[in-house]
Design a protein. Structure first.
Length: 365
């Protein structure tokens, strides 16, 4: 792994956050407590995966049992699929609050077995997020939690929960690898705190960051403080599609992102107020590319990328709300990942609160 600048040692992870795979099966792990991103050679031992689906019931109970705790004592923070073996990797928080411990686990595609992924004595590298919010930054990030954290509010006829946390906890909200760079979304210590960082890999001290501005349709105003919640590389890695709380979908061209500058996104869709995106993935069906958006308020949303390309910017709070979309009757989906060319893997929560891994055939979406 010398070509990627990795050295053998301990990846001292302080908190569980977003994860994504890069080249040669290297896994990137975000740590918001330490304001770092780690790159780890996970040395996946299994053979290359095929095109078959993968399903596993009660994954939260299985992970909890492996870690010696109840399912309610773990939080599945993110999911990634190994690009070669198709084994599933989960970023897990064991416990709650300041005592929570980060754990990285692997679920075997061949047998469904849960194993831990060691972070001691492994080839790794790390990069510090230099513009992360300070530990004492009193500004808050407001999210719609999936559990019973936070406080309950009534919005019209609905009851919702909101969670207020220091913005440092959202230093990194999502990551993706494209074009030799790790793209890192989140919040910064700047006045205009919404940020997208471009980190060349192998890591160096060169971390370019741009402030982001979007028109938020349901709020009816331009915003620079709301972080990207989820995004996906687009147009061959030349741009990204990003989604925000309450719930605009926005296109950014990476050529418009200059270090220290501000990029203005093109809002192409509004998926509804009192809603939060959870994950995004793109896939090919026939000869067309589509976007899937998992969210808290609706079923799985499917958008044709050709409609995104043709959509003029949304700059007024009015109907219609951007590109056409289909809402699939698939509830409780919390995470998405490309499993192989024929399936999208989802982490889905049922009405009883149990979480399962399910494969969705892309030809049938």
């Amino acid at each position: 792994m010398g070509e990627f600048g990795l050295r053998r040692g301990r990846a001292d992870l302080k908190s569980a956050g977003p994860i994504t795979f890069g080249p040669a099966g290297i896994l990137f792990l975000a740590d918001n407590v330490a304001a770092k991103v780690f790159a780890v050679d996970v040395a996946d031992p299994d053979p290359a995966g095929g095109s078959e689906p993968f399903d596993l019931a009660d994954v939260d109970a299985r992970v909890g049992s492996f870690l010696g705790c109840e399912p309610g004592d773990i939080v599945l923070k993110d999911m990634a699929v190994h690009p070669l073996t198709h084994n599933v990797y989960l970023s897990v928080q064991r416990g709650h609050g300041e005592a929570a411990q980060p754990v990285l686990v692997r679920i075997g595609r061949l047998d469904g077995a849960v194993t831990d992924v060691p972070l001691d004595d492994v080839p790794f590298a790390e990069v510090r997020i230099g513009d992360a919010p300070a530990e004492g930054d009193e500004r808050l990030d407001i999210t719609l939690p999936l559990g019973d954290e936070g406080e309950e509010l009534r919005v019209g006829e609905r009851k919702i929960r909101i969670l207020r946390q220091p913005i440092r906890t959202s230093t990194v909200t999502d990551m993706a690898y494209a074009g030799g760079e790790l793209l890192v979304a989140g919040l910064s210590n700047e006045e205009f705190s919404s940020r997208l960082r471009r980190i060349p890999f192998p890591f160096s001290d060169e971390v370019a960051g741009s402030s982001l501005e979007i028109f938020h349709v349901s709020h009816g105003k331009w915003e620079t403080a709301a972080p990207i919640r989820a995004f996906v590389p687009y147009d061959g890695g030349a741009s990204i599609l990003a989604s925000y709380t309450c719930t605009p979908v926005v296109h950014f061209g990476l050529a418009d992102l200059t270090d220290g500058g501000k990029a203005v996104g093109r809002t192409v869709a509004e998926l509804g107020a009192v809603n939060q995106p959870l994950d995004m993935v793109s896939f090919v069906q026939g000869d067309q590319e589509y976007l899937l958006v998992a969210n808290t308020a609706h079923g799985l949303v499917k958008i044709a990328c050709r409609d995104i390309d043709a959509q003029s910017p949304l700059t007024e709070p009015k109907e219609p709300v951007g590109v056409p979309r289909e809402t699939k009757d698939l509830q409780g989906i919390r995470r998405l990942a490309n499993l192989n060319g024929g399936h999208v893997l989802v982490l889905q929560c049922d009405d009883a609160g149990h979480q399962h891994l399910r494969s969705l055939k892309t030809a049938s979406l």
